[in-house]
Design a protein around this ligand. Structure first.
Ligand SMILES: Nc1ncnc2c1ncn2[C@@H]1O[C@H](COP(=O)(O)OP(=O)(O)OP(=O)(O)O)[C@@H](O)[C@H]1O
Ligand SMILES: [Mg+2]
Length: 280
């Protein structure tokens, strides 16, 4: 089985701006990868290249084994753009019908109802887009991206307008989609959300991937903090297994120990370390 997405040495130049400077990214079948990074890092550009909406200046991208932009690649993916606007006069159901025609899906009314149920919009299936809140439109956008049963789902900040309940719903939608073997690339600025739902996280900065790993690998331990009568001491190299020895040594020397904390790193700390103060 070829990977859902294989990007190799991707470069993208917009005039004088070098938006991507040799990006390598592989997303396996059924893998949920979060793409993080400051504004302007190149996340949307990378996703648009995978979609075939933007042509890379260098490198190659394949979607399910076919070159990005080819008919076969486009047929294998679903996409929700960062800044999308659906025609206001369509109802939710009509919008999905339009996308069924565009993707030549033969799923009919059953597929539309299943997708609207999945994103919690079945009761709003006759509501027009213009009468929907932004969050409802975003959930409709996710349903739209799933029309035709894609193998790769590319979602560019799909939860930016959602309230906490909507975000949780989208998380469970993504988990359900992944369990069906669909790969997902999720662009987001919401570190907590990415940490909760993604199998892997890639952090971009200035057109490059600067960190890549599972949330647990990235959020590595940061040592052990010990409170004594001399104050709080950080032992950066220490891990949980070292705690009994450290405490025994201190107590053996007559130093009272008031508290011990094993510090786990957070994705936020890893992110800030990886991107520095970069923002544009
Ligand atoms: N159509 C375009 N023409 C010229 N420059 C562009 C174009 N699209 C993107 N860029 C530039 O390419 C770089 C990467 O932009 P991109 O939109 O991919 O970043 P991003 O990581 O998605 O940012 P954000 O978090 O703000 O969505 C930026 O410097 C941006 O200004
Ligand atoms: Mg973007």
């Amino acid at each position: 089985m070829p990977p859902a997405l294989l990007a190799q040495r991707i470069e993208k130049r917009y005039g004088r701006t070098l938006a991507l400077r040799g990006v390598d990214l592989e997303v396996a079948e059924g893998e949920l990868v979060g793409l993080l990074g400051p504004n302007g890092a190149g996340k949307s550009t990378l996703v648009k290249i995978a979609c075939g909406l933007v042509r890379a200046s260098g490198g190659r991208a394949d979607v399910c084994g076919s070159p990005a932009g080819s008919a076969a690649a486009r047929a294998s993916l679903g996409y929700l753009a960062e800044l999308f606007r659906f025609p206001g006069w369509y109802s939710a159901d009509e919008l999905l019908e339009l996308h069924q025609r565009l993707t030549r899906s033969t799923g009919g009314a059953a597929e539309r109802l299943e997708l609207l149920r999945l994103v919690g919009l079945d009761a709003a299936r006759h509501t027009r887009v213009e009468a929907m809140s932004k969050g409802m439109q975003q959930r409709l956008g996710i349903a739209q991206a799933l029309v035709g049963g894609p193998r790769l789902l590319l979602l560019d900040e799909p939860t930016s307008a959602l309230d906490p309940v909507g975000r949780r719903l989208v998380r469970s939608v993504l988990e359900g989609v992944r369990n069906r073997g669909v790969a997902v690339v999720l662009n987001s600025h919401l570190l907590g959300e990415v940490e909760l739902v993604c199998d892997r996280v890639a952090i971009m900065r200035d057109g490059l991937i600067v960190a890549d790993g599972t949330p647990a690998e990235l959020a590595r331990p940061r040592g052990v903090e010990i409170d004594t009568d001399a104050g709080t001491e950080l032992v950066p190299a220490a891990r949980r297994d070292d705690v009994p020895r450290l405490v025994a040594e201190l107590v053996g020397r007559g130093t009272p120990v008031y508290g011990v904390r094993v510090l786990a790193g957070t994705l936020e700390e890893v992110y800030l370390e990886a991107v520095g103060e970069a923002t544009s």
